[in-house]
Ligand binder design. Structure first.
Ligand SMILES: Cc1cc2nc3c(=O)[nH]c(=O)nc-3n(C[C@H](O)[C@H](O)[C@H](O)COP(=O)(O)O)c2cc1C
Length: 348
């Protein structure tokens, strides 16, 4: 396999973390527990927090919202908001908290956030996004990136997309993460908005051709590492959401393929073993094991025993008052299953 060429972006002013492969921000999914787990599988993938609104950061439980463990780095904070002053303050807090990047959400189609001028509806207000980005850049030295759609209903022409990117670029943003489908702001749920409008990768490729100096990251529907490497012939990075959650061991190839790092990786069983002390510490602090293990249900995706593993951690776990015992038994069971599978492969 030839190493894909790295598009050069001499114009990038604040390069920040390497964005060749990132895991998308996902509410309720990419919390600190998921990120700890994902980091056991890939040392290099850039991870994002769930979206946090500027209001929550400024008036809520800040230490929880901005808290993470050092091992999760490189880690970017995603903000939702459009109040310029609040965005500036939050960007400053992101820098103080040690994040590698601060990202603005211009892709979420939820009604709840639209009412507060947060998310995809901001694609209809490029000047406001530009002002917010400029304020963020002025208040911190972190790279500021924008995650957006290729359009929204009523504003979905390529010209309007270029107008959006052009105005935000003028404000100083040089990294754009593009979810390659429009968002429909009325009539579709956020979930439907991740599947129904068709993916249009060619639009993102065209954007890179028209703005070659920008770092353009592709998002939406990516599940296959070979296909991602093909996109990287043209684009600067790929961002993977649902596949990285439902099939997390996909990321075991990321360091070698995208970062040319040949460091030995952990097997699935070693990942489970490495996660155990983290679970123990969480339980000792009064936490519930399920809050961590709910994120690992897909670890054996595609292998014999995957359903058994999933069932133990999604159903049986609620029937026991000794969750760690269940975990240890499961590690033993899955080890035996993996070994017998290796044997049958060798005999075949
Ligand atoms: C459960 C869930 C929560 C999401 N939450 C966010 C979010 O907080 N911020 C955001 O920008 N996108 C969010 N998204 C969208 C993803 O970041 C991504 O753009 C989308 O899932 C398409 O990528 P994929 O096809 O690789 O999953 C969410 C997606 C899912 C499935």
């Amino acid at each position: 396999m030839t190493e894909p060429k790295t598009p050069s972006n001499p114009a990038i002013t604040r390069p920040g973390p390497n964005r060749r492969f990132s895991v998308a921000p996902m509410m309720d999914w990419t919390d600190a527990h998921y990120r700890y787990f994902a980091r056991l599988i890939s040392r290099h993938a850039l991870l994002y927090t769930e979206m946090v609104t500027t209001g929550a950061v400024l008036h809520g439980d800040r230490s929880r919202l901005l808290g993470y463990s050092a091992g999760e780095q490189p880690l970017a904070l995603q903000l939702g908001g459009s109040n310029v002053q609040e965005l500036a303050e939050c960007a400053q807090l992101a820098e103080q908290a040690g994040f590698a990047e601060v990202n603005l959400n211009v892709g979420c189609p939820s009604d709840r956030v639209q009412n507060n001028l947060i998310g995809a509806c901001l694609m209809g207000h490029p000047a406001l996004v530009a002002d917010g980005v400029k304020a963020m850049l002025d208040s911190c030295s972190l790279p500021v990136t924008v995650k957006h759609r290729i359009g929204i209903n009523g504003r979905d022409s390529y010209g309007e997309l270029c107008d959006f990117v052009g105005q935000v670029q003028e404000a100083g943003c040089d990294t754009f993460i593009v979810h390659a489908r429009i968002a429909i702001l009325e009539g579709l749920s956020p979930k439907e908005n991740r599947d129904i409008p068709p993916l249009r990768y060619e639009v993102v490729h065209q954007l890179k051709a028209d703005f070659p100096q920008l770092e353009i990251i592709l998002n939406g529907g990516l599940t296959d590492l070979d296909a991602m490497q093909q996109h990287l012939q043209i684009l600067d990075g790929v961002m993977v959401g649902r596949e990285a959650y439902h099939n997390p061991y996909l990321m075991v190839e990321v360091d070698r393929r995208f970062y040319a790092d040949e460091t030995p990786v952990l097997s699935r069983i070693q990942v489970l073993e490495a996660l155990r002390p983290y679970i123990v510490a969480h339980i000792e602090q009064g936490g519930v094991m399920h809050h961590i293990t709910r994120h690992i249900l897909g670890l054996f995706q595609g292998l014999p025993g995957a359903r058994y593993f999933r069932r133990q951690l999604s159903t049986e776990i609620h029937r026991t008052d000794q969750p760690l015992e269940l975990y240890d038994r499961l590690v033993t069971d899955m080890t035996a299953r993996m070994q017998s599978q290796d044997c049958s492969l060798q005999q075949a």
